[in-house]
Design a protein around this ligand. Sequence first.
Ligand SMILES: [Zn+2]
Length: 253
Amino acid sequence: MAVPWLHEMSWPEVEAYLQEKDIVLLPVGSTEQHARHAPLGTDTFIAARLAEEAGQQADVVCAPPLHFGWSPHHMVLPGTISIEAPILQGLVFQIVKSLAHHGFRRFVLVNGHRIANLPWLQLAAEQAQRELGVRVVIFDPAFMQKEIVPALGFGKVGHAEEIETSQLMHLRPELVRIDLAVDSEPHPQALYEPDPNFAGDTLCYVPSTLAQMERVARTTGGSTGQPSKADAALGQRLHAHLVKRLGQVISQL
Ligand SMILES: [Zn+2]
């Protein structure tokens, strides 16, 4: 299948696909500030390309990317669009419900906005499985890159840090202004670490307060981490790892 995007197919093509398969990928991102060096669509671009490449390799269709996520903490900088989580849960449920109506039964939610999107994606997935009798899994880079991030020399998951900046430099180099990237000093908080790969004991993730984010905006322009260490070749290796993992998820579903 040359074109995996549902919205680039005609309905007879979708009908023919459903004769063979019942699986669909749904990329979910955000429109939120990614400091001065990366675009607001970073999370969506990453999720969409992961879905597109894995979909092409596995001959699996991709639903149109959802460009909006839960980003209340990023409202301190212009351009960010934050949708309330219950609305997002309902929106993804409605997308799954529509596609299930036509015969899709297996869904992979490909998340580009990492831990901030997960609470409502999990609720939407559970609701869909319970009410519609479909199967839904969530593919999240922050959990699916654990095995490769140390080898690439990246630090912790932050925001617009070297991890996602590297991946975007590989995917959309024309959109990254790495000369504008500003690194931040780590500000450890007692018993709290937002990186899901952190080995120690930690409280769970809660989006930062606006006061905390205003401090980040003032010091780095909106990033946390070491984005100046971003590198397109490392981003290519990270991206290839994630596409391979997504392919495994598709084949096991
Ligand atoms: Zn991001």
